[in-house]
Design a protein around this ligand. Sequence first.
Ligand SMILES: [Zn+2]
Length: 128
Amino acid sequence: MRGLARAARARCPECGERAIWARWGELAERCPGCELVFLREHGYWVGGLIVNLGVAQLAFAVLLLGTVALTWPDVPWTTLLVAAAVLVVALPIWLYPRTKTLWLWVDRTVHPYGRSDGGSSGRSSADG
Ligand SMILES: [Zn+2]
């Protein structure tokens, strides 16, 4: 669970290092704290994007259904439209680095491997 908390804060899931970003949204080659290799095979980060969009869609559904349920029959449609538009644009952008580290944590939890192999050997056939 420590790794999950670290990943949710866009830090290295292994050691909690902050300086793992080459630039916004792009991980460095490896973690300066624990040497975990972040380079992955082509298509690896699609899982993170799916998590990102799934969370954004879930947040949109909660906002929409919650607002309608709490304010029916006088639903503030214009306010809801503006709030939903801001949410579906801003949330995925804010989540993007976090879902990358979260996806890395998920992968390392499901498929434990060493820090230097990048975890890609023998598992990339589904990526095309
Ligand atoms: Zn690390």
